[in-house]
Structures are given as C-alpha cells and as structure tokens.
Design a protein around this ligand. Structure first.
Ligand code: 5RP
Length: 236
C-alpha cells in the first residue's frame, strides 16, 4: 500500500468519525494532502454540517469546489472538532505542523475546537519531535533577529523558498515562500524537542514570531493513524 492510499484510508476514517457528531454543527478543516483526502471523502455528506471553517486559502478553495459552506471564523463561537494532518506527532499528541505553510490559521482554528482530530499515516509517529524541521512563521523584517534567536536554541535555520510559482502570489522558486497572511517561514532543523510545551512558549516569546508550528497547547485529542493493517483510533 502506498502513502497516497494510506492518506485516503485515514481520510475515510475521519469522515466516519465526524459523521458521529450531531448534525447541523460547524466543522474546522485543516490543510495538506491528508486533509484533502478527508475533504473529498466528506463531500457527499456535506449537508451533515451547517458549514465549515477553513485553515487556508487552498482548503477554502477545495471546500467551495465541493459545495461546502465556508464561514468566517469571526462569525463562529466554537467548533465541536477540527480535523487536520501533521508533519510529526509524538505519543502524547504534541505535533509539528506547518509543512504546508498554513500553521497560523491552523492553530487559530484548532484553538476554537473542542477536539483536535489528527489524521496521518504511521510514518508521522515519532518518539520525540524534531526530525522534521520546525516551521516558524515570522514577520519578514524580523528574519535576521528571529533567526539568531532560533539558532541559540540549537537549530539550523533556513528561510523557506517558494517551491513552485503560485500565480495568485506571483511567487517564483528563488523567492521566499509567502504565507496566506503575508508572513515568511523559517524552518529550524536539528532540534530534539523533549519538552514541546516549554519550547512552544519559548519560541512564541521571540519578537517577530507570528506562530511556531509546534502544537503542544493545541495538541491532538484523537489520533487516527493508518498503516498497511488498517486505521487505528487512539484517544490521547
Ligand atoms: C500544513 C500542515 C499539514 O497538516 C502537514 O504539513 C501535513 O501535510 P500532509 O497531510 O500533506 O502530509 O501542517 O500546514
């Protein structure tokens, strides 16, 4: 079974999980290839929800294409659940996120939700976070000062570049990747994050940081994880 099939399998399991929620509520929806599988699986059942709140422009576009209603987070009081992927997840449910650059809105929507349902394949499960470079969204003019502070934590810092041209943002591969919020992303490699809560608080305090892609306070409550044998549901 390849990784795409594992993502599709967990997307279907997440669909079944959220369809257990009472009808007529609003659902938080994440960003990335696994979240896309979830959106596609849920599309035939979209009327179970009164609407969705989206964590990125890309997700909004996909939700609208399927006919979901997408609401402004400011018009929503709270969410029963938020469903999203992760780049890494540890046994306690702390995650590294932001590989797709949507970490800020993801964290905002996750903070509105009662439950974070993390969906991934088993390659994302790690004993200690940090093998995946930690994404940190910053105000562009703070790149120098924030990079120096992050290096003091023991990481090697690199500015994320646009991987491919995005017509809407006129990005080319040699230019910085620009987030939906106009921020830049520093990827911090070489960290061994033994205390995610402390590290999240520490990076949050650096002036110029918009969001750190460490989801320790907003950790996963339910993990749906796929492997060749099927999908395991873990309550965290
Ligand atoms: C985007 C994210 C994604 O959830 C994370 O990168 C996982 O993506 P994928 O499902 O494509 O592996 O945090 O900002």
């Amino acid at each position: 079974m390849n990784q795409d099939q594992l993502k599709q399998m967990v997307g279907v399991a997440a669909r079944d999980e959220v369809l257990k929620l009472p009808a007529g509520q609003i659902l938080g929806v994440g960003t990335g290839s696994t979240a896309n599988c979830f959106i596609d699986a849920l599309a035939p059942h979209k009327d179970h929800f009164a609407g969705t709140v989206s964590s990125s422009n890309a997700t909004t576009e996909r939700l609208l294409k399927h006919g979901f209603k997408v609401l402004d987070p400011n018009d929503v009081q709270g969410l029963p659940a938020y469903v999203d992927g992760a780049d890494e997840i540890d046994p306690a449910g702390h995650m590294i996120k932001g590989g797709g650059g949507a970490l800020t809105r993801e964290k905002i929507i996750a903070s509105m939700a009662k439950q974070f349902i993390c969906i991934c394949d088993s390659s994302k499960q790690v004993p200690v976070l940090g093998n995946f470079a930690l994404p940190v969204e910053i105000i562009p003019l703070a790149k120098g000062v924030v990079s120096r502070e992050l290096e003091k934590l023991g990481g090697q810092v690199s500015l994320r570049l646009a991987k491919s041209t995005r017509a809407d943002l006129k990005q080319t591969p040699s230019e910085p990747f620009v987030t939906d919020n106009g921020g830049w992303i520093l990827d911090v490699a070489g960290l061994k994050i033994v205390n995610p809560i402390q590290m999240e608080a520490q990076v949050n305090q650096i002036a110029g940081v918009i969001t750190v892609g460490l989801f320790a306070k907003e950790k996963a409550n339910i993990l749906l994880v796929s492997n060749a044998a099927g999908v395991e549901r873990i309550a965290l």
